[in-house]
Write a protein that binds this ligand. Sequence first.
Ligand code: BG6
Length: 479
Amino acid sequence: MSFPKGFLWGGAVAANQFEGAWNVDGKGESVPDHCTNGSHTVPKRITKLIEKDKYLYPSHEAIDFYHHYKEDIAMFAEMGFKTFRFSIAWTRIFPTGMEEEPNEAGLKFYEDVIDELNRYGIEPLITISHYDLPYALVEKYNGWYGRELIDLFMKLVKVIFERYKGKVKYWLTFNEINAGTLALGAALSLGTIKDYDGAFTSIPDEPQIRFQALHHQLLASALTVKYAHDNYPEYKIGNMITFLAAYPLTCNPDDMLLTQQHMQMMNWYCSDIQVRGEIPFYAHRYFKDNGIEIKMEEGDLDILRNGKIDFYTFSYYMSVCETADKNAEGIEGNLVGGAKNPYLKASDWGWQIDPKGLRWVLNEVYGRYGIPCMVVENGLGAYDKLEDGTVHDQYRVDYLRQHIEQMHEAIKDGVDLIGYTPWGCIDLVSASTGEMAKRYGFIFVDKYDDGTGTLERLRKDSFWWYKKVIASNGEDLSD
Ligand code: BG6
């Protein structure tokens, strides 16, 4: 059994990490536009005011896809992409999120991008919201803590669903919606950072506010699904989860229980609601133990019940171990770390590389839900060295090959896997650190952490390798 015919090979990006043009053609300020650059060791900052004389804000220019989209899409087509995952910057369509009428220039930009993709036969896969909230909504409502955001978001959804009908089939509601179960989610996805000015990683955690805000996002996600099903039956709507795979460090039953609790609240809570339409049983005890009380309005449970997604998507970069042993060695990770796994090696940013974990996760997800799955982010953030106009990134090829091999195993296991879009298919700004030095792309972009660079695009070794992988539908993974 090989990769199915029509398998959606492609790549993934997010508006705020690659578009640039942050204040062009009527675009408003988003939360990422208020984030400075940082590094692996120095956290980026969120500033209440944009202080250009003091800080560098990497989203402002990023890699300027806004003015390079034709060139970039031509390169994706050259690699043979079948799909391209990108997101809509809410602030291009509604600059503060609160206008009555959408900004035509913003709508037109995405229409041009979609038309260009379709011209090459590349299926657009659109994330409606990828860590990208109008900053004005932070100031006015404390982000998603305000229930008003549901209606404001639905206004965006209705406008883009109507405008792009006939041109798009696959939509994802919120990127990594389960980030909201973590402290970091306040800044990344929920925008519950009113008046905050300081390091990205030091925001005081308020679980009560976070989970209330997450409830509003889950309602907005369900309403989006229902709206699409009622009005645009041709649309397929997916969720998007950051799957942080966890194993017990030892067979100590305490480690096992901690792992189960991590899996429940971190990995399953949001998708159980989005796929099954019910708040899962284990959440009630978690909320009680943590003093969280979610305020519901009449009809909320029906909204969740009526908004079940069509396919399940997730990001997968790494795995961690869980343990009750306080002295166990720790490691970093995507959004959260955990205990070090003695069998795995880590990337330069300390993320443990675990290809077999991807097969395990795919089996877990498909076994639980039985609906089509897509891996919409995966990849190796690495320091690349430019040599004679290219990058010899064998390390990236090795990482991707091992993960594709395990996806193939999962397909043989019987998992209905329909697509794969490695992260940052073209170099872009890192979400966690705000740096350019952490590169994921098949395409190198001449842009550096100090904001300099010509923005020239260059094909890395992995570009040619991935082209061959796609052309052979995943059969030829050789160097
Ligand atoms: C995911 C996000 O968590 O990981 C992306 O959806 C992000 O936005 C990606 O860029 C990789 O993380 P980082 O921190 O290396 O950019």
